[in-house]
Structures are given as structure tokens and as C-alpha cells.
Write a protein that binds this ligand. Structure first.
Ligand code: NAD
Length: 297
């Protein structure tokens, strides 16, 4: 069985590494956080003293880090960059959500050393990471995609090949920009209906079965009490944080600027979510934008 180095064992990376162990891979794990290392050990990973130790001789190196600067630092710019020790022919799978330009830059540096690279950001959140049902959106060559697929299948259900290096990141932010627009529109419509005397559950059912039907209405209703298991009915705890949506919308704005793509709806959604975050709601689920429309603090 192949050896996998796993760097970044946070909310997402921790359970993803645990699922690789369950699938029978030898996983050498590293995180800057002692607590994360201990959890990984309890989940059957071999814990390394450094990222370099984890990556030496590994066949696959997976990273799940906060942002582009951490990914570029880890492989190229830190004091002990991983590209110094990763063997020729190994494949780097970066699952972090970062900008496409950084992903392409790291891929290019790897290529010079005979190291493969795919960007493989995910959709599905912490619940999907724990259940092993994530969606992976992969950017890389056909050969790299085929190499990565069996590893990704141990952590996810849907594995898409979006295109060349960086394409996974672009597809991911296109999706999340659309999600933010759908959620904002859904909150807006429900709030107007309620202010005009409608029952939010009745209105939601009408729109769900009509031409306004969308993912937020189907599985993630933002109005408290309409859907028992949605974050809205749990004080907007759990789910996908406003902070992460604001991060992804920032990346979407970068992509729109670089490609001169008009994104008036995405820009409006970014402003709404940023204002909502500025009011101190960054840690709440993103469907809490409902409270912004209700003018609740
Ligand atoms: P997190 O903050 O919980 O975990 C990141 C981990 O990386 C931390 O444990 C941190 O200690 C570690 N780390 C940072 N720099 C490191 C380094 N140089 N070496 C080793 N470890 C290092 O974040 P998360 O929620 O797991 O998210 C990770 C990525 O997944 C982000 O890019 C995020 O945008 C993306 N994502 C998150 C979600 C979600 O719902 N949380 C959903 C989809 C995508």
C-alpha cells in the first residue's frame, strides 16, 4: 500500500486523514498544533516531527491548509520547504481552498523537479469530511488525475476533473459564488414574504415547488424552524461559517478581476456577507444572513 503524508489536520484534514487510515493507507501526519497531532495519532496515523519528515519517501503528499500563502510556504518558501525532500514521481494533492494562480505556481515548481501536483479543493464541509462523502474538484493533467483518484475516493464520493492546474480552484469558487447568491436571494424572498404576513414554511414550500426552487430551499432553509436539521434551527451553529464564505468570495473576486468577468451578483453577495461578518457573525453558519435581512444583531 502507498504511503501518504498528510499536512494540516484541522477541522477538515483531521477526519480526512482518519478515512485514509480506515481505507488501509499508511498515513504519516503532521500539524503545527499538538492537539491535532494527538487526535491524528488516536485515529491511527503515524505522527511525524516535521512536515519534511512526513513527506520524505511518501508516494502522495496531501495538504489541507488555511490559505495560499501557507501552501506556497510549505512547498517552496518556508525554511525547510517540502520540495527539497519529496521524491521524483510523487504526487502532491493540495485540497486547501486557495487562489488558482498559487496552485499553478506550485504545480510549475513541482514539474521542474519531476513532482506531480493537483489542486483538489473540496465541497461538503466538516460533515462530508467525517462521513467520507466529500466532493473533490480536481485541476491537473489526465495522468495526475488518474493517479490521485483512488486516494481521493477513500475520502469522498464525487471526484470531478475540472481541467488543468488551477481549474479545480476556479470551479470551486464559481460554485461557492453561486451558492452565496442563491442563499442571499432565498433570505431576501422569505423575509419579504414574512413581513407581508406569510408563514415562512408555507412560502418556502410554494417556492420550492415553483420556479424559484433551489438548493437552499431544498436542503438548507435559512429561516429558523422550517427545517428541523438545518443550521437555522440550531441557532446557526455548525454548517459552513460566514468567515469561510467571505474568504471564498474574496477568491471569486480575484478570479473575476484576473479574467475581466462581470460579477455584479457575486459582488453584491460578497458585500452582504462581509457586512454580516463585520457585525460579529463570522463564526455562524452562512444561512444566518437571514438575520441581516431581519435586521437582528
Ligand atoms: P483549520 O484551521 O481547522 O485547519 C488548518 C490546519 O492547518 C490547522 O490545524 C493548522 O494548525 C494547520 N497548519 C497551518 N499551517 C501549517 C503548516 N505550515 N504545517 C502544518 N500544519 C499547518 O481549517 P479547515 O476548516 O480544516 O480548512 C482547511 C481548508 O479547507 C481551508 O482552505 C478551507 O477554506 C477549506 N474548506 C473548509 C471547509 C469547512 O467547512 N471547514 C469546507 C470546504 C473547504
Amino acid at each position: 500500500m502507498n504511503t501518504i503524508a498528510f499536512i494540516g489536520l484541522g477541522n477538515m484534514g483531521g477526519p480526512m486523514a482518519a478515512n485514509l487510515v480506515k481505507a488501509g493507507f499508511d498515513v504519516r501526519a503532521f500539524d503545527l498544533s499538538q492537539e491535532a497531532q494527538e487526535t491524528a495519532k488516536a485515529n491511527g496515523c503515524e505522527v511525524a516531527f516535521s512536515a519534511q519528515e512526513a513527506a520524505t519517501d511518501a508516494d502522495f503528499i496531501i495538504s489541507m491548509l488555511p490559505a495560499g500563502k501557507h501552501v506556497r510556504g510549505l512547498y517552496i518558501e518556508d525554511d525547510a520547504p517540502l520540495f527539497e525532500v519529496i521524491k521524483r514521481g510523487a504526487l502532491v494533492i493540495d485540497c486547501s481552498t486557495i487562489d488558482g494562480a498559487t496552485a499553478r505556481g506550485v504545480a510549475e515548481e513541482g514539474e521542474k523537479l519531476g513532482i506531480g501536483f493537483v489542486d483538489a479543493p473540496v465541497s461538503g464541509g466538516v460533515g462530508g469530511a467525517q462521513a467520507g462523502t466529500l466532493t473533490f474538484i480536481v485541476g491537473g493533467s489526465e495522468v495526475e488525475f488518474r493517479l490521485a483518484k483512488p486516494v481521493l475516493e477513500a475520502m469522498g464520493k464525487n471526484i470531478f476533473h475540472a481541467g488543468g492546474h488551477g481549474a479545480g480552484q476556479v470551479a470551486k469558487v464559481c460554485n461557492n459564488m453561486l451558492l452565496s447568491i442563491l442563499m442571499a436571494g432565498t433570505c431576501e424572498a422569505i423575509n419579504m414574504g414574512v413581513k407581508n404576513g406569510l408563514d415562512p414554511a408555507v412560502l418556502s414550500e410554494i417556492m420550492k415547488q415553483s420556479s424559484g426552487g433551489n438548493w437552499a430551499l431544498n436542503v438548507y432553509n435559512p429561516y429558523p424552524g422550517v427545517m428541523e436539521n438545518a443550521p437555522a434551527s440550531k441557532n446557526y451553529q455548525g454548517g459552513f461559517q460566514v468567515d469561510l464564505m467571505v474568504k471564498d468570495l474574496g477568491l471569486a473576486m480575484d478570479v473575476s478581476q484576473q479574467s475581466a468577468s462581470a460579477v455584479p451578483m457575486g459582488s453584491a453577495a460578497r458585500s452582504l456577507f462581509t457586512l454580516h461578518k463585520a457585525k460579529g457573525n463570522g463564526k455562524l453558519d452562512f444561512s444566518s444572513l437571514m438575520q441581516f435581512y431581519q435586521d437582528k444583531e
